[in-house]
Design a protein around this ligand. Sequence first.
Ligand code: SAM
Ligand code: SF4
Length: 398
Amino acid sequence: MKPVTDLSLYVHFPFCVHRCAYCDFNAFAAARVPRKAYAAALLREFELRLADLDATSARVRTIYFGGGTPSLWGPRGIGEFLDAIATRVLFDTTAEITVEVNPGTLERGSLRGFATAGVNRVSMGVQSFDAQRLRALDRVHGSDEALAAARQLARLIASGALRSASIDLIHGGFDQTVEDFHRDVDRFLSLDLPHLSAYGLTVEAGTPLHARVARAEAPIPDEATQAEILRELPEWLTPAGIARYEVSNHARAGHESHHNRAYWHGAPYLAIGAGAHGFLTRDLARTRTDDIGIRYGNLRSVPSYLAAIERGRLPEEFRERIDARTHAMERILTGLRTVEGVDLDSLARACGAEARVRVLERADRRMRLHADVVLVQDRLFVRPESFVFLDAIIRDLV
Ligand SMILES: C[S@@+](CC[C@H](N)C(=O)[O-])C[C@H]1O[C@@H](n2cnc3c(N)ncnc32)[C@H](O)[C@@H]1O
Ligand code: SF4
């Protein structure tokens, strides 16, 4: 009998009620969201993908509805979609099912509705609890709405309706000081939620924020402030029993995101929806080469995506082979961002013994010159206090 392959599923919902000035995700502001047509296309893509791969022994372990704003799909739409895919693929009964939620677009009762529909984890884009900062970030919600929605998440966890929940905060933009952000984190702590994702504001090319910064109408995010926040954040969270497990992610034990962990460990994931990117290992993708697997990216524009599905085609913009060297680089890149680091034994098993030798050679130089990378029991990791130099370390090691 073939061994069972654990599979993650990412579902992209590319609609928002309004496009935030800083965002460069594949998301489109839509006055009317074509929920039904898009849901039908997603299901059709899911069927096309199952026909394209060897999924007989795959079991879905995590599902992540990301966006855009998938909460605009509504509990009923997401519930029906979950029911439909459960009839088409083997489903782990303990699967982690996450939906991203924007606190400014929630109808009354919809958080509980998502839980009833089968979602067991919510990731809420709060960004800040400060009214002025939310305006600067161009969000559709105010701080009261964000607080009320986050409090409701905490109640749903306490009652057992949800297994876990996270909020996203953005730091270091619009002259925000370390103390300003500390106040946001204190608000988060007062809610007693088990997971926090904290991102330094990045000014992405092509966004309205980028244009504003170029015209000197908005300040460039201060790197020194972001670095100090990165250094201090774990200390603020530790008394609440929340620990960093990846450079931007912090959780109480047992509340780490299984879905994101699957990405970071190089596990296969199927992705559907406009602009979604998937990675399938050789066994699933039925490739007959020595490669590790394939990566694909879907068409980003919704009309092109829908048109491809209509013609019965996989809506792909590109598909590329992932050889052992590329896969090793990706594992090192994501692994070094985690607190547990890169498991060299598992790296060698997946990518060959040369992958271990290559990274150790490079790490050795870094260890001698900077002492910010450590090797303990066949795990290579970045010292937590050196996470501020992560980009330079990764550039050196891959
Ligand atoms: C795709 S959004 C999902 C949440 C939902 N769409 C919302 O915004 O409420 C994922 C997260 O990425 C972060 N993010 C997006 N653009 C960013 C940027 N330019 N800099 C820093 N963080 C960013 C935000 O924290 C956001 O919540
Ligand atoms: S709501 Fe989220 S996905 Fe949509 S534009 Fe804003 S940050 Fe981007």
